[in-house]
Design a protein around this ligand. Structure first.
Ligand SMILES: [Zn+2]
Length: 369
């Protein structure tokens, strides 16, 4: 940058003046440097092979001897001084840079770690697993069935033919897509329209169609009802279906199994139950199972509506027409079936006032279990 002017005027005074300007400029710029890379670039600008000072030294060669010695030694001294200044600055910058990295990236290895939050099971899952374990210990096995069912499995085979008034007991979600594919057309001709199962009882039919007695099964699962929701009604809830079929199954067998189950589920060894006559099309006789109020111990409270008893489930001895529907010889077999509302059991067990809390996704509720 100084070369053009220097070629024109070979004069030691001008040269010394230029050297001063270079020194002043270099020192000013260097003082403001805060970055290592930029400082390296600046160093090359002044001291590099094509830098300002090298160009000066080259120009000095063309001066007369006296002037050359004078300006040459001044230029060399300046070169050494500037090199030292640059090196000093670079060393300083490297040191502060290193210190700031240490400051920024310092890790206290002795600090306690952050605890990873762990998920846990939904109260419905807890009770379902508990219930399954109790039944498994009594020789029952868990089976599953589809949530989208056909009319035949959900109603007809369970002795609830079309136009039977008992169908009104189950408010049903019917599916509209029945006729869409050829496959479902065939299915709908055989098994009727599709629906969301209103109870877990169709699993009984599916199992009996493919298995020979004797057997003991439970079928926990989600069921759906087309009805208004309130504190004790949801459009989806969980049932646990049970079925035992053998040559000589009696109501006494049922009573023992279910009492044992409830005593262990509620962890109350003297828990009393009672059977009340009731009607379900797929059992004969049918009954409701009540359990002595676990809240008030039969003294009477708002939960049991002062009666001392809580309704737990519907049950009964398997109807002969159901055996006939799955191809069994009805006279040969006896059995009991029951369906427990799991949500209701969980509500009783943990004293939960509103069934809608289960699917609310409210963590304040869920974290209590
Ligand atoms: Zn009570």
């Amino acid at each position: 940058m100084f070369a053009g002017r220097l070629r024109v005027r070979y004069n030691d005074e001008i040269m010394l003046d230029e050297l001063k300007k270079i020194e002043q400029s270099a020192r000013e710029k260097l003082a403001n440097m805060g970055d290592i890379d930029a400082t390296e670039v600046l160093k090359i600008q002044f001291l590099g092979r094509k830098g300002a000072l090298s160009l000066m030294l080259r120009a000095i060669k063309n001066l007369p001897e006296q002037e050359r010695i004078k300006t040459g030694s001044a230029a060399n001294r300046l070169r050494q001084e500037l090199e030292a200044a640059f090196d000093k600055k670079l060393a300083e910058l490297k040191k502060t840079n290193h210190e700031s990295v240490l400051q920024r990236e310092w890790i206290d290895v002795t600090r306690p770690g952050v605890k990873t939050p762990r998920g846990h099971l939904h109260p419905l899952t807890l009770v379902r697993r508990d219930a399954e374990a109790i039944f498994h210990s009594m020789g029952f096995v868990t089976v599953e069935g589809p949530e989208v069912e056909s009319e035949r499995y959900n109603f007809d085979a369970l002795n609830i033919p079309a136009n039977h008034p008992a169908r009104d007991m189950w408010d049903t979600f019917w599916l509209r897509s029945n006729q869409k594919s050829q496959k479902s057309k065939v299915k709908s001709q055989n098994d009727g329209r599709l629906l969301l199962r209103t109870h877990t009882s169709p699993v009984q039919i599916r199992y009996m169609e493919t298995h020979e007695p004797p057997f003991r099964i439970i079928a926990p699962g989600r069921v759906f009802r087309y009805e208004a929701t309130d504190a004790s009604h949801e459009i989806q809830f969980y049932q646990l279906e049970g079925l035992m079929v053998d040559r000589h199954v009696s109501i006494a067998n049922f009573k023992f199994v279910i009492q044992e189950f409830l005593r262990r589920l509620f962890r109350k060894q003297n828990l009393e139950i009672r059977l009340r006559p009731s009607y379900f099309p797929f059992v004969e006789p049918g009954f409701e199972v009540d359990v002595a109020c676990i809240v008030c111990n039969q003294k009477g409270c708002s939960v049991c509506k002062r009666s001392g008893w809580l309704e737990m489930m519907g049950a009964g001895m398997v109807h002969q027409k159901v055996f006939a529907a799955v191809g069994y010889v009805p006279a040969e077999w006896t059995g009991f079936a029951f369906g427990i509302g799991l949500d209701r059991v969980v509500m009783m067990k943990y004293n939960i006032p509103d069934i809608r809390l289960f699917h609310s996704g409210d963590l304040r509720f869920l974290k209590q279990f």
